[in-house]
Design a protein around this ligand. Sequence first.
Ligand code: NAD
Length: 420
Amino acid sequence: MNIYNDDVFQMACDQFQVIADYINIDKNDRDRLMFPKRAIAVTLPIHMDDGSTQTFQGYRVQHHLTLGPTKGGTRFTPNLSMGETAALAMWMSWKCALANLPYGGAKGGIACDPTMLSRRELEGVSRRYMQEMIPFVGPHTDIMGPDMGTNEQIMAWFMDTYSVYQGYAVSEIVTGKPVSIGGTEGRRESTGRGVVYLIERAMDMLKMDPEKCTAIIQGFGNVGSVAALAMALKVGVKVVGISDATVALFNPEGIDIKAADQHVAKKGNLRAFSEADRVDPNELLTMKCDILVPSAVDRVITVKNADKLQCRILAEGANGPTTPEADLLLNERSKEVFVIPDILCNAGGVIVSYFEWVQGLQSFLWTESEVTDKLFRILQHSFAQVIKRAKEHKVSHRTAAMAIGVERVMKAKQARGLFP
Ligand code: NAD
């Protein structure tokens, strides 16, 4: 369909239709649940350092406003499109509903490569984006957060731009901001920590001994690096493979994740990290390991590699890493590969964002251990619900997770009714 025309949006729709068939959603209700409530496209002209003016395209999609404001990350990646943004917003809706958060899903971003911009240019494009979004967002309408290519600093610029317009500090307009301006302790680590917490629950269920397990992690940004550090240093799993957009690395003896993290902090990426062998990035995903964590981009587990995965647990840190066709193959292998689906696996970020928003609205702060404790309790509950439903209904973990989310949104829409 028209403005959302995109492979990733089609994938999100296909996934939705599978759920709609499974829980028998009336044909009249499907489009209403599936298509975004609002989509905004903006053009952002920026003064570049060389004196030229460059325009960037920005997007924001608010999937539904039935349960409260929309909530979702902001992505700065070169090929971002309205369709991809809409798909991510839809996934956010099911993710928030699964965790029982009072939000609809949203997503936004700018089609740009942040690594090619100077700090001044990045600040310019970030501020301009928020300025253009001011009529459409607000602490009770739509709350932004970080995603690929954005970070705490960019959230601080968003918050400042919005606050200057209002005339007072509105910390609750964004989450994932620095602690010094109302950010929540532990938000930066929340997604990666949540991923690892759920991997531990899965290892408990499958009676796997962490000390004897190995892991491969694709993507070494916010989610991937935190997950790798927690896995290696807290859980005792040997991380044998890591990758980023520049290189894929493998070392059967285990990679020194702390050293890799420090290297990225200094150099910006893993390209020159020499304590492991370089391997083909596609092959890294199918190498032997106990736990595979795709935590970079979407659609990396496809029909081409789903039947070749050698992991016992597939923990989806990224959004949409597995295509629906690959899912069919993984369903056939459900006794071999235990899938922790994205809307459950990476929900830690939006759950702690919710805490940050509540803290901002109430001007009341919690400690990091209180935050992490509450996070794990919600994840544990969601995990148990998904496993129970999958077992009882004999469906995949993804189908169970999505069905719980979609049903909650559907019930809320039915209760509110359709305005004439
Ligand atoms: P990030 O920008 O901090 O890091 C992305 C990492 O992926 C970088 O290391 C980058 O080099 C790498 N990468 C990019 N393309 C790659 C490729 N083709 N192959 C291998 N590595 C590649 O982003 P992030 O915040 O860590 O987000 C990663 C994923 O997790 C995204 O799918 C995002 O939507 C999802 N996610 C993030 C959060 C969050 O709180 N940050 C929450 C939920 C889900």
